[in-house]
Design a protein around this ligand. Structure first.
Ligand code: TLP
Length: 357
């Protein structure tokens, strides 16, 4: 079976092949073990601080990333926003990669809600060099907004699931420290990065002050992310979550699935990476498709279409062949692999792409 039929809200009609949903790893559905844990979860009012399952998840998440404390949040977007609001004051600059999720995909919350001025750098496939960061600094002077925070993203979504290696991370963070800046990591897919590098996720979290990671992507939990950092940081962040309306009452039902995700779903991400690599090679063999399989390091596969094609139309045509994807640029398409797509799906996807050219 190439995928779980109906997974990701894409039911197949009788007699048709199941839909292969490569839109995102967010389409993953909770496992049986998660559903059981959710049904049996001990709960309480978490806003009043009484949900034992949320407390367990927050502790487990912090320990897993080597930080003192954690905060369960409804989404990665809110986790990042809380980090921005907790680290900075309005009017400061935040140093962001130009295609980072925070800048590109979070509806401008960085400015509208956090009141920050993004100062952008361009990484290579989203990954900066220390020089890229160094170049942002300006002399102290009353004309310049003071910098307040550096944000990094690992893996980098629009960079094509690119991974920031440990040495580079240290070198980049060292520059931020030189300018006295805290560092927040959008680690929505930090476990993909850790698995790809063969290191513990703590190693990737250690140099930075805060990390947001998603339970609801490759780890397959239905909802939620966790923000981790020092005890003081998380105490402040908890107030900010409340201000944004992100306090959830009997959230243990969701946290229970998150615990199963952390305990059982991390190591299998390597399989998603293998499927992505196989997809990349299959696409590379198709005339007119632009992709370098070497650059596919985790579970995101970006490829370009021949001149004259429109990614939006192409994705519509793919859909008619039972393959779901998202346009990622005028001629760029994104596939994301996850646990509902096995390597058996690769030939069908390749045949669908060929048929749509
Ligand atoms: N990314 C989603 C879309 O928003 C693009 C996806 O399908 O990849 N940081 C990164 C690096 C992300 O990729 C995402 C989600 C988030 C933050 C936000 O997480 P959620 O969706 O939980 O708000």
């Amino acid at each position: 079976m190439s995928l779980v039929p109906g997974a990701g809200g894409a039911p197949a009609s009788p007699g048709e092949l199941p839909v292969i949903d490569l839109r995102s790893d967010t389409v993953t559905e909770p496992t049986e073990a998660m559903r059981e844990a959710m049904a049996k979860a001990q709960v309480g009012d978490d806003v009043l601080g009484h949900d034992p399952t949320v407390a367990r998840l927050e502790e487990a998440a912090a320990a897993r990333l080597g930080k003192e404390a954690g905060l369960f949040v409804p989404s990665g977007t809110m986790g990042n926003l809380i980090a921005l609001l907790t680290h900075t004051v309005p009017g400061q600059e935040v140093w962001l990669e130009e295609s980072s999720h925070i800048y590109y995909y979070e509806a401008g919350g960085v400015s509208r809600i956090a009141g920050l001025l993004p100062r952008l750098f361009r990484g290579q496939r989203g990954i900066p060099t220390p020089e890229d960061i160094e170049g942002l600094a300006r002399p102290a002077g009353m004309h310049f907004p003071p910098p307040g925070l550096l944000c990094l993203e690992n893996t980098h979504n629009r960079g094509g699931g690119s991974v920031m290696p440990v040495e580079r991370l240290h070198a980049v963070v060292a520059v931020a420290r030189k300018f006295g800046l805290p560092v927040h990591l959008d680690g929505a897919r930090i476990f993909n990065a850790a698995v790809a590098l063969g290191v513990d996720a703590r190693v990737l979290a250690e140099p930075v002050d805060s990390v947001m990671f998603s339970l609801s992507k490759g780890l397959s939990a239905p909802v939620g992310s966790v923000l981790v950092g020092s005890r003081t940081f998380i105490a402040k962040a908890r107030r900010v979550r409340q201000m944004l309306g992100g306090g959830m009452r009997q959230a243990g039902v969701l946290a229970a699935a998150g615990l199963v995700a952390l305990e059982t779903m991390v190591d299998r991400l390597a399989e998603d990476h293998r499927v992505a690599k196989a997809l990349a090679h299959a696409l590379h063999a198709i005339d007119g498709i632009g992709i370098d399989p070497e650059q596919v390091e985790t579970n995101i596969v970006l490829f370009s279409l021949p001149e004259g094609y429109d990614a939006g139309d192409f994705v519509q045509r793919l859909k008619a062949h039972g393959v779901l994807a998202v346009p990622f640029g005028p001629r760029q398409v994104r596939f994301v692999t996850h646990r509902h797509v096995s390597v058996d799906a690769v030939p069908r996807v390749a045949a669908a792409v060929r048929a749509c050219l």
